[in-house]
Ligand binder design. Structure first.
Ligand code: GUN
Ligand code: FE
Length: 438
């Protein structure tokens, strides 16, 4: 007998065309972790299955965060006074160096995992630090949240402070092997390793070359950063003069899409040639508007990416991004697209709410497979939102209620329940796993 249940409520999700589909007081059926579609009445074959009736709540697919740095969670919303390269030097690197200490890592990652479980996020692609053991610890914690994630041990063998820089390309690759083997040995159901060369400024050619072999040997996905900041792009072109453009620097080592499932954060300053390669190689772009504002990085040409059929999802990019809230990412993406349209390109129509909602659900979700919708066959990730705390003076449509829930940040206090691949998540995870003494 398959494991079946249904939720009942006001079901909303984005269609493939990024239009909002809304179904008032509808059932959404889950069978063995997969969605079996929405229906106003339970079909006969599902008669008698357990039903969780969420009344007038909104039920949406879980949020997919395509780019977040777990070790930076501790200093989110601080240190917003400089651009990328100085910000890394002043804030990111010193904090990440602390994760050599496993006690610190346990405390800080406990807080991160707690926040992930209480958030609207059901899937995440996560950077750890260079430290193998701390990153395994992060994977243990993520596994117990019930979320599904990719987690990477960061590689960096140059342009980093001594206490964070790996000794050599060999040492970095060796630790990466160790990390992958340990992750595989632990047999996680929900947590998988991902190759994580931080970005080209911190990875020598020798290291990228070794990682290309690791990738092939284990058929791992890849995450990194691309064309985020003008100084960064100039530095890359100095460090790798033979590369045709920044992304070509990854592609030369087989770390840029094609057979390697790859997500690149930012892609703000991508040239025409780079954009064409992103498309050809089927690289996912993680658009991180909040980070791009905080670090004064700029605005990615998302409308163009969508027009050209490039895969785009959203990322919180904590701690360049000030918050892990993907509701915030959805509204920020819309807002920056309006500034881009007004100031940069009048032909780049601003994103609509349904479009941005689609990016945070099914578009980013495609990095994980069939994820981010309630259509038949998608993995069953759901967030139940109770918006009754928001006062109304007249009846609102479901579309209005959903938009308002995002703009007013209902993920902070209005989540009633969360399901990942059919399993209910304990959203109080944080309270029994971490100390609050940080
Ligand atoms: N590029 C290289 N490392 C980082 C990081 O930690 N955050 C952001 N936003 N960009 C990066
Ligand atoms: Fe980042």
């Amino acid at each position: 007998m398959p494991d079946c249940f249904a939720l009942r409520g006001n079901v909303c999700f984005a269609s493939e065309k990024r239009e909002l589909m809304t179904f008032p007081r509808t059932y959404v059926i889950c069978e063995d972790g997969l969605c079996r579609g929405v229906c106003p009445e339970l079909p006969r074959e599902y008669a008698g299955i357990p039903i969780e009736d969420y009344g007038d709540c909104l039920i949406i697919p879980g949020m997919v965060d395509l780019h977040i740095h777990a070790p930076q969670f501790t200093y989110r919303s601080m240190g917003m006074d400089c651009e990328l390269m100085e910000w890394l030097r002043r804030y990111a690197f010193p904090e990440e160096a602390r994760y050599k200490d496993l006690d610190y890592a346990a405390r800080a990652y406990g807080l991160f995992a707690g926040k992930m479980s209480s958030s609207a996020t059901t899937r995440a692609v996560i950077f750890g630090t260079v430290h193998r053991d701390a990153t395994i610890l992060l994977m243990d914690l993520m596994e117990s949240t019930g979320l599904i994630s990719f987690v990477g041990k960061v590689n960096m063998d140059r342009n980093a402070p001594d206490e964070l820089r790996e000794e050599s390309a060999d040492a970095s690759a060796f630790d990466t092997f160790g990390f992958i083997n340990e992750a595989n040995r632990r047999g996680y159901l929900r947590t998988k390793p991902i190759l994580t060369p931080r970005f080209i400024p911190s990875c020598s050619d020798a290291l990228l070359n070794e990682l290309s072999e690791v990738r092939r040997a284990y058929d791992l996905p890849v995450q990194s950063h691309l064309s985020e900041n003008p100084d960064e792009v100039r530095m890359v072109m100095r460090l790798m003069p033979d590369a045709a453009f920044y992304g070509d620097g990854y592609d030369r080592f087989g770390l840029f899409g094609r057979e390697a499932r790859t997500v690149m954060a930012h892609c703000i300053y991508s040239t025409d040639a780079e954009i064409e390669r992103i498309r050809q190689n089927s690289v996912w772009v993680a658009h991180c508007p909040n980070s791009n504002m905080n670090l004064a990085s700029g605005i990615a040409p998302v409308r163009r990416y969508l027009r050209e059929g490039i895969r785009v999802g959203l990322g919180s990019d904590v701690a360049g991004g000030q918050t892990e809230s993907m509701f915030r990412a959805v509204t920020d993406a819309i807002q920056v697209s309006k500034l881009y349209w007004r100031y940069v390109d009048e032909k780049a129509k601003p994103l609509t709410f349904p479009e941005s909602f689609a990016l945070a659900t099914r578009s980013g979700g495609s990095f994980f497979g069939r994820v981010g919708s309630f259509e038949d066959g998608f993995e069953f990730d759901a967030v139940v939102l109770d918006d009754s705390v928001l006062p109304v003076s007249r009846p609102l449509t479901l579309a209005e209620r959903l938009e308002r829930a995002f703009y007013l940040g209902l993920d902070q206090h209005g989540i009633r329940a969360k399901y990942v691949r059919g399993l209910a998540v304990d959203r109080d995870f944080g309270s029994h796993h971490s100390s609050s003494s940080l």
